[in-house]
Design a protein around this ligand. Structure first.
Ligand SMILES: *Cc1c(COP(=O)(O)O)cnc(C)c1O
Length: 490
């Protein structure tokens, strides 16, 4: 372990008797008198004791060990790590928002419900859908919700034999996982050499046992599916529905709409396309949209509006069920709406174009040193298949680790599974040309050094607190508590 960069845990800094707080005088007798004996501690809690400067430095140093979009470039493909505008945070800190309780009667929260409804309408416009629910907490949660809507649709038509969901082999891993959670059998559809769906393979798998086809467009290799009208027609002719994984809607914003392409159900990740933070696995939001004719199956509760503009929260008996408490991650929804209103229609479509331009710029600046398996203009992201020089033994993992020494987060690696050495880069529209050029320079230097001095790249990173953890143990036996750390040597 790199001792210099390791910030001690607060327990290691503890010094008996040190104190970094003072409490106001309390006049109301002993607090213990009001609690039943069986709830009282028998011995004091094992809490660290530190002075205030030590406490402040501890948290500040710990936060410096974290990497985020606010600390450096984060080109994580398929994740759209764009800048999170600070004005979004100001919006959710307003007392009128922060002090709300979800169980308040609807007449006392008309403004909050209006925010919810306004975002639903904006997403309908952006996606070309008839209705949205904002209740799901994440992209995968949205996929599950969408598939449950599809299940309810087939059930409502007494078409119960549809047990299969088709998923392209390039799909994000959450697609087959969500379909399995929703009770379907998964059938994989092959991709062509250019990364798009193989229409012949798809046709051979369609039939009256297929409930839905899930697609990502642009797909996970950053290519637009040009055959989408033919795919939509074939899927609908077979009586199935077409699902759109819109986790990364970025390049389509204001340019093309899933609803117009023939998709029936879709989800959007607000924590990608709409600039809300990913927040270390949550909280996020994965709103789900449906075309006309499927609205009644959306999950409860629903926000409805009457002829006088009065908003209510209602339970709908045709909904497939409920997938979240209340109306989803409300503050995340507000941040996304703040972003949409700030950008306006013009700003959103500019964002999509810039994201595409930035990805193509990096791709072209590196394609002589990295292997580009699929040629042609990409959308918001693209995939290299490792280094062009395959003689050195330097892998995609080594390149990703070497980047960490330069203050860049690694791109997505080993996904999609279509290639052995996938290195998936998504710069987003929010990065300056200067940042892109710095990244390009570092990537070029890593590639050149991989050929001239491969061991130097293989042993990187040198500047991080931990360099080469055992990846299997890190996943299977993660160190999650202070006691775990005490009993482990890094
Ligand atoms: C991120 C992503 C998902 C899953 O979204 P989560 O919010 O992480 O659950 C699904 N599909 C694609 C294409 C994605 O990039």
């Amino acid at each position: 372990m790199n001792k210099k960069l390791y910030s001690p845990l607060i327990f290691e800094l503890s010094n008996a008797g040190s104190k970094g707080f003072s409490l106001p005088h309390y006049d109301y007798g002993k607090i213990n008198d009001t609690l039943p004996d069986n709830l009282l501690r028998t011995s004091p809690a094992n809490l660290p004791e530190v002075d205030e400067p030590t406490l402040v430095r501890h948290y500040t140093n710990s936060s410096n060990n974290n990497f985020g979009v606010d600390t450096g470039f984060y080109p994580l493909g398929s994740c759209t790590m764009k800048y999170n505008p600070k004005i979004n945070e100001a919006a959710v800190e307003l007392a009128q928002v922060a002090n709300l309780h979800p169980a308040q009667p609807a007449d006392t929260v008309q403004g909050a419900l209006k925010i919810y409804r306004t975002l639903e309408k904006a997403l309908c416009e952006i996606g070309g859908m008839s209705e949205f629910t904002l209740n799901p907490f994440a992209g995968a949660h949205g996929e599950y919700t969408g598939l449950m809507v599809i299940r309810a649709y087939h059930q409502s038509r007494a078409d119960e034999a549809r047990r299969k969901v088709l998923v392209p082999d390039s799909a994000h891993g959450t697609n087959p996982a969500s379909a399995a959670m929703a009770g379907f059998d998964i059938v994989e559809v092959k991709s062509l050499a250019d990364g798009t769906v193989d229409l012949d393979d798809l046709s051979s798998k369609l039939g009256d046992d297929v409930a839905a086809m899930m697609m990502t467009n642009p797909n996970t290799v950053g290519m637009f599916e040009k055959n989408i009208p033919a795919i939509a027609k074939a899927v609908h002719q077979a009586g199935a529905l077409l699902y759109y994984d819109g986790a990364n809607l970025n390049p389509m914003l204001g340019i093309a709409r899933p609803g117009d392409m023939g998709f029936d159900v879709m989800h959007i990740n607000l924590h990608k396309t709409f600039s809300t933070p990913h927040g270390g696995g949550g909280p996020g939001a994965g709103p789900v949209g449906v075309r006309a004719g499927l609205e009644q199956f959306l999950p409860n509760p629903r926000v409805t509006v009457d002829a006088n503009g009065k908003l209510s929260v209602e339970m709908n008996s045709t909904a497939f069920g409920q997938i979240s408490a209340w109306l989803g991650n409300f503050t995340v929804l507000i941040k996304a709406l703040a972003y949409i209103l700030n950008m306006g229609a013009e700003g959103l479509s500019k964002a999509g174009k810039l994201a595409t331009l930035n990805a193509n710029y990096i791709m072209h600046s590196l394609r002589d040193l990295f292997k580009l398996p699929i040629d042609g203009p990409c959308k918001h992201e693209f995939v290299f298949d490792g280094l062009a020089d395959k003689s050195t033994g330097v892998t995609t993992l080594h390149v990703a680790k070497a980047l960490l020494d330069h203050g860049f987060h690694a791109p997505t690696i080993y996904f999609p599974l279509l290639f052995h050495e996938s290195l998936m880069i998504e710069p987003t529209e929010t990065e300056s040309k200067r940042t892109l050029d710095e990244f390009i320079e570092v990537m070029r230097n890593i590639a050149l050094e991989a050929s001239s001095n491969p061991d130097k790249i293989k042993n990187a990173p040198y500047e991080t607190p931990v360099s080469h953890p055992d990846e299997d143990s890190a996943a299977l036996k993660p160190i999650l508590t202070y006691m775990d750390l005490c009993t482990t040597t890094l």
